[in-house]
Write a protein that binds this ligand. Structure first.
Ligand code: MSP
Length: 514
């Protein structure tokens, strides 16, 4: 048997650097980062990609407004994302920029290969286009108001365009895609996303896709027909493999390891960009005989208690303003534990503070500080594990194992909020165990007291191991207090790990927010 680690490659959407930073960007990236952390703790060999999507008409227009070149503009703007990930302590392996020369070269080669394989033909695009969403919209999908057309989801105004364009033969792959998705149940999660896409696009004759534009210049030019630049979505989607070193002839080792022969490949996307990821992306890959990702995970939107965030309503939350007030781990904890990724989730500062105070300061913070102070008051040597037949003890041992199993089961199904609910369930059980067993009344039975406190210590270790997936910095501070080097999943059910460890003085790691 080989001990080679399984690989896991996870990506966020690469964001447009043209708009302001949005709390939604931080949400998607947090989800991907938390999954990355979980897989690392599970022993996988993990790579995590994020980046910025830097070509297209929208960027060109913004740069013109600012009177600088598009390249200067994206250089400035993409740094805002890099800075955001630094401030939120989100570490990644690749920051993919579509203006990177290697990416540009690969995308042009891909386009040429598509031409050689007769997957692309020249024609004329006549129809509506949303510059803001960089998306072609059929007239029947658009919303018509006062002689203007609007995007059905984002509401952006649509332009009428008529220009020479190359088209990709999407339609040819309709049956293949339907068949593929139906056979591969985990390819698109959640399932209702696929149902909608199938109803709206595949069952109604999938249109061939316009894959070049001629009315602006900021994009990857086709050397063979230089007035054309490649459609920004064809360009952007391929970042997921160009960043790993994809090449038709000489692919680099990361591409071979994490994509071609990789075990799991997961794309995290917001629900509004599933059409590109769940229809066009698999078809592009299939058309070139490139392996498909394992899962495209679509999440809902963050909304405010009053509804959708939008520029026109002026209620878009800037992540930087939140970071001026709250530790990034408080925000990342809220996103991971209080929002089901399959639905739209409400964000407000009040909910954020409540989740921190109730889960981290009260439930987990109190559990650990009570445990530590009882150990230090009663024992000056390590508290050892002893076999026990007491029902409360057996129940708590079972709760540690069961909740850890549930945590993993939920994570493996991308039910991140439910996974953290299992962690909290265990923390609540441990607090109840203290209230039921009343350790402060055990002074005349030190054996029993030692068993109880050892189980509380092991339970706290289990809670912190799970919490570390989203709050590594908070949890790191407990290492010194509990005198451990790591919080390993593999050690959770080893109840003897504290037998030789003396516990240090407690510090307040989770002060309440008033
Ligand atoms: N550049 C494309 C993606 C190309 S991927 C090959 C793009 N960029 S974007 O800047 O508009 O980012 C969209 C993504 O931001 C969404 O898919 C989602 O991940 C995130 N969010 C933006 N607003 C959001 C919310 N209100 N709520 C949650 N996430 C949302 O599309």
């Amino acid at each position: 048997m080989s001990n080679k680690k399984k690989t896991f490659y996870i990506t966020t959407p690469i964001y447009y650097p043209s708009g302001n930073l949005h709390i939604g960007h931080l949400y998607s990236t947090t989800i991907a980062w938390v999954l990355r952390n979980y897989k690392i703790k599970m022993g996988y060999d993990v790579k995590f990609l994020t980046g910025s999507d830097e070509h297209g008409q929208k960027i060109e227009k913004k740069a013109q407004e600012k009177k600088i070149s598009p390249q200067e503009y994206v250089d400035i703007q993409s740094n805002k994302f890099i800075d955001l990930w630094k401030k939120t302590k989100i570490n990644y392996d690749f920051f993919s920029r579509t203006t990177n020369k290697y990416h540009e070269k690969i995308v042009e080669e891909i386009f040429n290969k598509m031409l050689d394989k007769s997957l692309i033909y020249k024609g004329e695009y006549k129809g509506l286009y949303s510059i803001n969403d960089e998306e072609f919209i059929l007239e029947k999908e658009a919303i018509k108001k006062d002689d203007n057309f609007y995007h059905p989801i984002s509401g952006h105004k649509l332009e009428w365009i008529q220009e020479e364009s190359y088209f990709f033969k999407m339609n040819k792959f309709t049956h293949w895609l339907i068949d593929y998705v139906e056979k591969n149940k985990n390819f698109i999660i959640p399932k209702n996303i696929w149902k909608e896409l199938k109803n709206n696009f595949l069952d109604k004759n999938l249109e061939d896709l316009s894959v070049t534009r001629i009315s602006f210049e900021w994009g990857i030019q086709i050397t063979k027909d230089p007035k054309h630049v490649i459609y920004v979505w064809l360009d952007a989607l391929f970042n997921y493999i160009s960043a790993l070193g994809f090449d038709f002839e000489n692919p680099q080792k990361d591409f071979i390891k994490y994509w071609k022969n990789g075990d799991e490949i997961v794309h995290i996307v917001g629900k509004e960009i599933t059409r590109f990821h769940c229809i066009y992306w698999p078809i592009f890959l299939k058309s070139l005989d490139i392996r498909l990702p394992t899962t495209i995970l679509s999440h809902g939107w963050l909304i405010t208690p009053e509804g959708k965030m939008s520029k026109s309503k002026g209620n878009v939350i800037d992540p930087l303003s939140l970071l001026n007030k709250y530790d990034p781990e408080i925000i990342k904890y809220f996103f991971s534990s209080k929002i089901s990724i399959y639905k739209d989730g409400i964000f407000s500062e009040e909910l954020l503070i409540n989740s921190y105070n109730s889960d981290l300061a009260n439930t987990i913070g109190n559990l650990i500080s009570r445990t530590i102070s009882m150990i230090r008051q009663n024992f000056c040597a390590p508290v050892k594990f002893k076999k026990t037949n007491n029902n409360h003890d057996l129940d708590i041992i079972k709760s540690i194992s069961n909740n850890f199993e549930k945590f993993k089961k939920h994570f493996d199904k991308f039910e991140i909020d439910l996974a953290f609910e299992s962690m909290l369930h265990l923390a609540r059980d441990l607090n109840k165990y203290i209230d039921l067993t009343l350790p402060w009344k055990m002074k005349n039975n030190l054996d029993l007291l030692e068993t109880t406190l050892n189980l509380l210590l092991n339970g706290s270790y289990a809670v912190l191991s799970m919490l570390e997936v989203v709050c590594p910095d908070f949890v790191n501070q407990f290492k010194q207090i509990l005198n451990v080097d790591n919080f390993d999943f593999d050690e959770i059910e080893n109840f003897e790990k504290f037998n030789d460890i003396s516990i240090n003085e407690n510090k307040i790691i989770f002060p309440r927010i008033k």
